[in-house]
Design a protein around this ligand. Structure first.
Ligand code: SF4
Length: 271
């Protein structure tokens, strides 16, 4: 699309997925990574687990997560990502809309989408000019962007616990957890009748203690908003942590959250 004055988004290399058509509706040369001959996948994590969805993955992140035995699960979208491309938000929305079929949920993820607040806000507006999509914005919750909170239906917040910190990255440790930012998203959602979720990766027993400490500093959440997800970007690692994560979720009254897309499709980009 030429002369598009809508803000540009820096997309990861699997930036709009899974899709089978370009913006004009022409078939793409290769099938999507899902293996299906049609667009869409399922949301594999969180309150909307299992819902048919299309994803927009943005590139770049301000954190450097590296758990023991598992690095960032989206290295192709994290800091220093290669194969990125820049596209106007309006064009991204046009491609999503061309691949909508019966799908009404769009997930904007990363990387860290809130590094590109202008583009995310513009994308939400552009999407809804095509169709009244439900939009989830996934974030590590280290930056408050009111305009994004205002246009998202669900803010999916994934605060990072100390088990996410590589020994070599002091900057990560200092930046990873912002209770003040998390509280602003919660308060915004409560005041506007919107939804949010706090999704934690379970890697070790000390994570549970840290979650309790964080929750004690926050207000206006319920147990249904708290999700515990096993560490694991492969089916084998996810299974290894799953039963422990489920046990802690049950004992604390939180939700257990699987990684359904990993179970279904394995450790693949673009699903
Ligand atoms: S916040 Fe997410 S994208 Fe960024 S490094 Fe951590 S796991 Fe990766």
């Amino acid at each position: 699309m030429k002369n598009d004055d809508s803000p540009c988004l820096l997309l990861a290399r699997d930036g709009i997925f899974p899709v089978t058509r370009d913006i004009d509706g022409n078939p793409l040369p290769s099938p999507p990574a899902s293996g299906f001959p049609f667009p869409g996948t399922i949301q594999g994590e969180g309150k909307l687990n299992g819902i048919p969805s299309l994803f927009v993955r943005l590139a770049g992140c301000n954190l450097r997560c590296a758990w023991e035995g598992s690095a960032c699960d989206t290295p192709h979208a994290a800091a220093g990502a290669t194969g990125t491309r820049s596209l106007p938000a309006r064009e991204v929305a046009g491609i999503v809309a061309r691949n909508r079929d019966n799908i009404r949920h769009v997930v904007i993820t990363g990387g860290e989408p809130l590094l590109q607040p202008d583009g995310v806000e513009a994308l939400c507006h552009a999407l809804r000019r095509h169709f009244p999509f439900h939009v989830t914005v996934e974030s590590n919750a280290t930056r408050y962007e009111e305009r994004v909170a205002g246009v998202a239906d669900l803010m999916s917040l994934s605060p990072k616990l100390s088990s996410s910190a590589p020994a070599s990255a002091a900057g990560h440790h200092a930046a990873r957890l912002r209770p003040d930012v998390i509280q602003r998203y919660i308060s915004h959602a409560r005041e506007r009748g919107k939804d949010f979720q706090l999704k934690f990766v379970y890697a070790t027993g000390s994570d549970v203690h840290e979650i309790h400490e964080l929750l004690a500093s926050l207000r206006d959440w319920t147990n249904e908003d708290i999700l515990l997800m096993p560490l694991g970007n492969t089916p084998a690692l996810s299974r290894q942590n799953a039963i422990l994560a489920a046990g802690h979720a049950i004992r604390n009254g939180w939700r257990y959250c699987d990684r359904l897309h990993v179970s279904l499709f394995g450790d693949r980009e673009g699903v």
